[in-house]
Design a protein around this ligand. Structure first.
Ligand code: COA
Length: 374
């Protein structure tokens, strides 16, 4: 006991590693990837450039970006075994469970030992195609394969709908993907890093991360936000609905954050995108719910700042670009995979196995009762 360090439950405010990938300033509401503010990245760069930045710690030259995009494009098409799996999946499969299983399947099929960065370049472009192919298959539509001339965000929407998306929707999805790409040592990233620290293969690391993203306290909230807005239905109904939820001890989805003690900077950008692309009546309702819930939560929890988190306006943006509601969290995974990968690479560059201890609080020194003789 003497030399054991007992830390708070949930590891709140405990630092377990160092990182040069992203910095969250929860007090000031700032998020930075490798020195660049996330707002700047989301409005000026492509998702591919940000993937390069996170993985290689600097922005690519135009030649490097071209080659990087070509490498990704070369790996984007699913193998016949993967296609069979996607087409055989029941139509009510949870898309995140599908993505998790597909990741594991791809890892199983990749026989040869390759560097994690190579596996990452192979897996990243397949993620949106896995979701689009499944969506089309469950709607009895033909698979659309990605176009080598399209960007990551463009291909996501193109393979989903079969039409080249407008610049506005592509740009909205591109910004969303950048804003969600990394966020310090969040729960799913921690999972990926713990798995990587055992020197497991890259696909196992990502499978662990996706499993962790599945919970509503982490990645599962945007579809719940959308469902909540649907249930509230109108401004007239909002106050009573929120009051009921808060007074009965329930959580308002898309509010609160473990680290931010002020507005989540990603929420601010997503709100401005939602204002442009969501249906006006949907945006108005969401904004009304935001203002009303904030006011009620302030009264209920004066000790804690509870503002909208990244998930609240994500739900409006994802809906407006045409992502099916049950694919919201899986779309989050298509973005966060680049952050997971960056942290896996960082962990492996200076690895130490994660192996905490638990404090035993069970009974001790029990004796097995003697069995009655037959
Ligand atoms: C994100 C979240 C898990 C952070 O949790 P946390 O840091 O552990 O925050 P706490 O649970 O300590 O919050 C402190 C208090 O505020 C309340 N609270 C936190 N978020 C709330 C919310 N969204 N709605 C209502 N009350 C909330 C808690 O119930 C707690 O109340 P208590 O002290 O009476 O028990 C939490 O805010 C939440 O569940 N939000 C809703 C789900 C969501 O949007 N998830 C996406 C996260 S990006």
């Amino acid at each position: 006991m003497a030399d054991l360090l007992i830390v708070p439950k949930g590891l709140e405010r405990v630092v377990v590693t160092k990182t040069a990938i992203s910095k969250i300033d929860g007090e000031k509401g700032k998020l930075v990837y490798r020195g660049y503010s996330v707002e700047d990245l989301a409005s000026n760069l492509s998702f591919e450039e940000v993937a390069y930045l996170l993985w290689f710690a600097r922005l690519p030259s135009s030649q490097e970006l071209l080659e990087f995009k070509e490498e990704l494009a070369a790996h984007s098409s699913p193998s016949p075994v993967l296609m069979d799996f996607l087409q055989a999946a029941p139509s009510d499969t949870d898309p995140l469970a599908l993505l998790r299983t597909a990741t594991s399947l791809i890892g199983m099929l990749e026989q040869k030992e390759v560097e994690p960065i190579q596996s990452a370049k192979s897996l990243l472009p397949k993620f949106p195609v896995i979701l689009s192919s499944f969506e089309r298959s469950r709607r009895k539509k033909e698979t659309i394969f990605p176009s080598v001339t399209h960007s990551f965000a463009e291909n996501f929407l193109y393979t989903l709908t079969g039409r080249s998306p407008s610049k506005e929707l592509t740009s909205a999805l591109n910004s969303y993907m950048i804003l969600l790409a990394d966020h310090g040592l969040n729960s799913s990233t921690f999972s990926a890093v713990v798995t990587a620290s055992t020197l497991a293969d890259y696909y196992s690391d990502i499978t662990s991360a996706i499993g962790t993203l599945k919970g509503p306290l982490h990645g599962g909230a945007p579809s719940l936000v959308w469902e909540m807005l649907q249930e509230i239905g109108s401004k007239d109904n909002a106050r009573a609905w929120l009051e009921d939820r808060i007074e009965s001890g329930g959580k308002i989805m898309g509010f609160g954050h473990r680290i931010y003690r002020t507005e989540d900077p990603r929420s601010r950008v997503l709100k401005s995108i939602a204002r442009k692309i969501a249906k006006p009546e949907v945006f108005e309702l969401a904004e009304y719910v935001e203002t009303t819930a904030r006011e009620m939560l302030r009264k209920k929890h004066p000790e804690r700042t509870l503002e909208t988190n990244v998930e609240f306006y994500s739900s409006l943006v994802l809906n407006a670009v045409g992502i099916p509601t049950d694919m919201f969290t899986a779309t989050f995974a298509c973005s966060r995979i680049i952050g997971w990968t960056a942290h896996i690479l960082e962990q492996l560059s200076d690895n130490k196995l994660f192996r905490p201890e638990s404090l035993y609080i069970g009974r001790e020194s029990l004796t097995i009762p003697s069995k009655a003789s037959p």
